[in-house]
Design a protein around this ligand. Structure first.
Ligand SMILES: Nc1ncnc2c1ncn2[C@@H]1O[C@H](COP(=O)(O)OP(=O)(O)OP(=O)(O)O)[C@@H](O)[C@H]1O
Ligand SMILES: [Mg+2]
Length: 272
C-alpha cells in the first residue's frame, strides 16, 4: 500500500530526512517518534507534498507521488489529510463551516462568496461530527470549544475529504491526558473502522506503544528503528532518543527508567 524508498530532504548541507525507506502492506496505524529536530514533521510534509524531496520515491498503491505536479499533486493532497498540533481551525467560524472547509477546493467561487454549501455536504459534515461525538457543538464558534473538541473538529474536517491516509503531526501535544486519549481513540477508530492509514508523529513513547501497529524511530533524519511496539524496548528507545538525553524534555514528561514498564509509565502520565 505504501512504499517509501530512499527519501531524502536537504536543507543546505543538512539532511532533515536522510535516506528513509520502509513499506507498509495494509492501512496500519504508524507512529513516528524521535527527538526534536529528528525530521518527523519534514517527513509528513514530504508525504503530502507541502515540501519537495531532494531524492527518493514514495509509492501509494503503486503510484509515485513525489513527482506529481499541479492538479495531480493537489488531488493527492486531498487524499491525504493533515492534522496539526495547533488544530489550524478558523477560530471565529462555526464548527460546521470549519468542517466544510475540508472540501473548500471543490467549491465554485460564487458558492464561496455567498458561503453556500450543498445540502448533502452539510449533512455529511453533521454526520461526521455526530460520529466523533461532537454534533452538539456544530453551531458554536470553533474558539469556544476545548482543545480536545477542537482537535476532533480538525479530524472531522480531514474526514470530509474522505482521505486514504491521515497524517497527524503531534496531534495530542497540546492536550491534557484525558483529551489526548479521546483524540487518539478517535484516530484509532477511524483507522480500524474505515481502513484509513494513520501516520502520526508522536511525542511520547507511551502513546506510540499503546496505539500503533508499527513504530518508526528517527534520529538526525535517519530511520534508526522500524518495528512493532513490542520490539520498542527501553534500550531501543534510548538509542532513538540518544543515550544521554532525558526523556523529561517531552511535554508529558514520560521517563523510562530501566525497571519501569510502559504501562506504569502510562498510568503515571494519566494521573499526572
Ligand atoms: N524550512 C526549513 N529550513 C531549514 N531547515 C529546516 C526547515 N525545516 C526543518 N528544518 C530542519 O530540519 C530538521 C528536522 O526538522 P523537523 O521539523 O522535521 O523535526 P521534528 O522531528 O518534527 O522536530 P519537533 O519534534 O521539534 O517537531 C531540523 O534540524 C530543522 O531545523
Ligand atoms: Mg515536528
Amino acid at each position: 500500500m505504501l512504499e517509501v524508498q530512499g527519501v531524502t530532504r536537504m536543507f543546505g548541507q543538512k539532511a532533515a530526512v536522510d535516506n528513509v525507506s520502509f513499506s507498509v502492506d495494509r492501512p496500519a496505524f504508524i507512529g513516528i517518534i524521535g527527538r526534536s529536530g529528528a525530521g518527523k514533521s519534514t517527513f509528513l510534509r514530504l508525504m503530502n507534498r507541502l515540501t519537495d524531496a531532494s531524492r527518493g520515491e514514495i509509492r501509494v498503491d503503486g503510484h509515485e507521488i513525489l513527482s506529481l505536479r499541479g492538479a495531480r499533486a493537489r488531488q493527492w493532497q486531498s487524499s491525504c489529510a493533515m492534522i496539526f498540533q495547533q488544530f489550524n481551525l478558523v477560530p471565529r467560524m462555526d464548527v460546521v463551516s470549519n468542517v466544510l472547509h475540508g472540501i473548500l477546493n471543490r467549491r465554485s467561487t460564487v458558492q464561496t462568496m455567498f458561503n453556500l454549501w450543498p445540502r448533502a455536504d452539510i449533512l455529511k459534515a453533521l454526520e461526521i461530527l455526530d460520529r466523533l461525538g461532537i454534533a452538539e457543538q456544530a453551531p458554536k464558534r470553533a474558539e469556544a470549544l476545548s482543545g480536545g473538541q477542537q482537535q476532533r473538529v480538525a479530524i472531522a474536517r480531514a474526514l470530509m475529504q474522505d482521505p486514504k491516509i491521515i497524517l497527524a503531526d503531534e496531534p495530542i501535544a497540546s492536550l491534557d491526558p484525558m483529551n489526548a486519549q479521546i483524540v487518539m481513540d478517535t484516530l484509532k477508530r477511524i483507522n480500524e473502522e474505515d481502513g484509513r492509514m494513520v501516520i502520526a508523529n508522536l511525542h511520547t513513547l507511551d502513546t506510540a506503544r499503546r496505539y500503533c501497529d508499527r513504530v518508526i524511530g528517527m534520529r538526525d533524519g535517519r530511520m534508526v528503528f522500524d518495528g512493532t511496539p513490542e520490539q520498542l524496548s527501553t534500550k531501543v528507545a534510548r538509542d532513538i532518543y540518544g543515550a544521554d538525553t532525558s526523556f523529561n524534555e517531552s511535554a508529558t514528561s514520560t521517563s523510562i527508567p530501566e525497571d519501569t514498564t510502559a504501562d506504569r509509565a502510562y498510568a503515571r502520565l494519566m494521573l499526572s
